[in-house]
Write a protein that binds this ligand. Sequence first.
Ligand code: SAM
Length: 344
Amino acid sequence: VVSKERGGEEEYFAEAKADWRRSALTAGGEAQASLWASAQRAREEIFGKRIFVRGVIEVGNFCRQNCAYCGMRRENDALRRFRLARDVIRRVIDESLPSSVTDLNFQAGEDPVALKELVLPVIEEIAKEKRLGISVCLGTVDHRLYDELRQAGARGYIIKLEIGDPEQYRLLQCPGTIERRLEAIRYLVRTGWYVSSGFIYGLPNQTLDQLIGTLDLLRSLTLRGCSVSPFIPGEGTPLFSEKRADLDQTLNAVAVLRLSSPRWVVPAVSALNLCDSSGYVRALRAGANLATINLTPSEWRGDYQLYRRKRWIMTEERVLQAIAQAGCRPSPESWIAASSSFSS
Ligand code: SAM
């Protein structure tokens, strides 16, 4: 019997009693098909066929962090660094915003200058003018800056935990310290932000125990959403010669997030399409419920290099096509506006 409350988790439990997440993360064949189908049903019980559509503007690639996996790490001297001008950002919002976009996300390397001089003033302006859910993904910064962003009108903060294992977190030079990252997440939750976190799947030497620990840690935070990004060896990083994450297993992790926290917003990330051109659609079929249209002006996209200079860009056309192929439709409501009605 599928419990409405648990969004289908029991259905999968029945098949894999001992530790369902362990079996689920490594599932293949029929077990995998049934896992993804359960996750899809769990999503539909809460959200119907609606997929949230947000636009992202990558406003700059300066970064004071040095994450071993990320092409924007401060020691990557080969990268041409940029910050968009305010009027360029405004032009994107005023002239190129697709009608399907209900949310706008501002993303950058960890760069308080971009935060203060670009993102804050732009949010102050558009929060008054436009009916958009506004979120940011700007890293671990002073509490005062979080407060200022919120006063300006931002409501969602995307801050990935990246890795929940303290030793791996340190070894892979993830942002600051894990204690500080967790403290930032908790502060954001406490001060009323809608917080979405996330982790990277398939990093070198990542174990099943570490993944389960990461999932437990994420569930202990009061999140509105969570993403799984497949590890892609990044150009200009110490991990460039490592193996890429397995797409099917990454999708298993998407399904696990949906089944263990049915009300979370779980994005389909564009890196999935670097694994396989069907990756994005398949994430929507495995329980994801948010799609992102890239709005960064084309002159700068290549420099926003998390993985490779050659990127897979999710245009409006590709996003709408993926949503339709997954048998869904774009949500007319922003995830932030809708969030209060499906918060867990
Ligand atoms: N700097 C901000 C922060 O710390 O939250 C913004 C996000 S950062 C620019 C972009 C995200 O890309 C990271 O949070 C990380 O999860 C992901 N990322 C970077 N390199 C990656 C890689 N090689 N494989 C998978 N995900 C990666």
